[in-house]
Design a protein around this ligand. Structure first.
Ligand code: GLA
Length: 391
């Protein structure tokens, strides 16, 4: 079965394709902040496997800022903090690889990282070679402390070339916060994803702000370079050591909407909760095959937004998927339940042609003609996979 067909059926395990999909994985920052070490990486790698997350498609285990020593080593190279990683980074990478996962690390294009550790400015080629020698598969590359006279796209182009010269297949994830019109140059700079907003926080208000900022910027989407809406806060419920992220938490409904929005927008799905302590609702949501299939669709098209007359806080996102399928997301950002109305004429369907629908969250099937109008809870959503039904 060709790979695109397998993915439509919920098998996200084949990563041998030449098309690169929106990365899926886990990152240490949201929950663990600077409290990271090799034990955390080992136990998280184990949890990725035992929870079923790996087999649902989550592959990258990414160590964020604060992994390095405060200064470069005697040879000028970056070195891991010996207290946190006494056996070095190769040992971490080896363990992660042994669990069938890929290893991601954080770096920064400036002189210092955002938390004040050494950055890669003017060390790009040697650092990339070191990352490759450690077995790194993904580099989250941040934007702090870079000289103001150098436009950041030059520094991202530079790290792209350095990674490619290092001779290992390493994903470059630009963490550029949406500055300097990053949507317009990310793809040509060779990056596979670009952060387009400020840091996420574990609150509905933050999720809503990030989504609203990106809804109209979908026209540049396509395979190989993805708009990164930041790491997911699903399942955090206000817990964690990061004082900037952990500010209260969301409801189950809001986490569902958050995950569905990221999927509809085709964003990287990088988990930020402690996956060693997943509750069953969170695990079920994060492994939802239909939502992941929408996110990981091989055509990677952007979606368009259909406004709902008289309801400024409701909208429908429509995404063309491969194989003739559509994804329809009905969102209600208001504080009360609403019936969110879509006239199928607006998506191009004449009255004679209907749709077969499958609700991604409940699994229920139905058919529709002319209009769809589900009841959507406050801060909630309904997402369907849909197939045109001519007869
Ligand atoms: C920036 C990034 C965050 C995180 C921190 C680490 O704020 O946007 O995602 O990587 O730096 O210091």
């Amino acid at each position: 079965m060709p790979s695109t067909e397998r993915r439509r059926n919920g098998d996200f395990n084949d990563k041998t394709d030449t098309i690169r999909y929106a990365p899926m994985g886990w990152n240490s920052w949201n929950t663990f902040y600077d409290q990271i070490n090799e034990e955390l990486m080992r136990t998280t790698a184990d949890a990725m496997v035992s929870s079923g997350l790996r087999d649902a498609g989550y592959r990258y285990l990414i160590l964020d800022d604060c992994w390095a020593s405060r200064e470069r080593g005697a040879d000028g190279g970056l070195q891991p903090d010996p207290d946190k990683f006494p056996h070095g980074m190769e040992a971490v990478a080896e363990y992660v690889h042994s669990r069938g996962l890929k290893f991601g690390l954080y770096g920064c294009c400036g002189t210092r990282t955002c938390a004040g550790y050494p950055g890669s400015f003017e060390h790009e080629f040697e650092d990339a070679a070191r990352f490759a020698s450690w077995g790194v598969d993904y580099l989250k590359y941040d934007n702090c402390h870079h000289p103001e006279s150098i436009p950041s796209h030059i520094l991202y182009r530079r790290m792209n070339l350095a990674l490619r010269a290092a001779g290992r297949d390493i994903v470059l994830a630009a963490c550029q916060w949406g500055l300097d019109d990053v949507h317009s140059w990310a793809r040509s700079a060779g990056v596979q994803s670009y952060r387009s907003t400020v840091d996420i926080q574990d609150s509905w208000c933050s999720i809503e702000r990030i989504a609203r900022a990106q809804l109209e910027k979908q026209s540049v989407a396509g395979p190989g370079c993805y708009n990164d809406l930041d790491m997911l806060v699903v399942g955090m419920y206000g817990r964690g050591l990061n004082p900037e992220t952990c500010i209260g938490g969301c409801t189950k409904e809001e986490y569902r909407t958050h995950f569905a929005l990221w999927a509809m927008l085709g964003a990287p799905l990088i988990l930020g909760c402690d996956i060693r302590a997943l509750d069953e609702d969170t695990r079920t949501l994060l492994t939802n095959r239909d939502l992941i299939a929408i996110d990981q669709d091989a055509e990677a098209r952007g979606c368009y937004k259909v406004d709902v007359y008289g309801q400024p806080d409701a909208f429908v996102l429509v995404r063309q998927l491969c194989g003739g399928e559509l994804a329809l997301g009905f969102f209600n950002f208001s504080d009360t339940q609403a019936n969110v109305f879509l006239d199928l004429w607006d998506i191009g369907l004449p009255a004679a042609v209907g749709l077969r629908l499958r609700d991604c969250l409940s699994g229920e099937e139905q058919t529709a003609r002319e209009l769809i109008c589900p009841a959507v809870p406050a801060h909630g959503c309904r997402v369907y996979r849909a197939w045109v039904k001519a007869s």
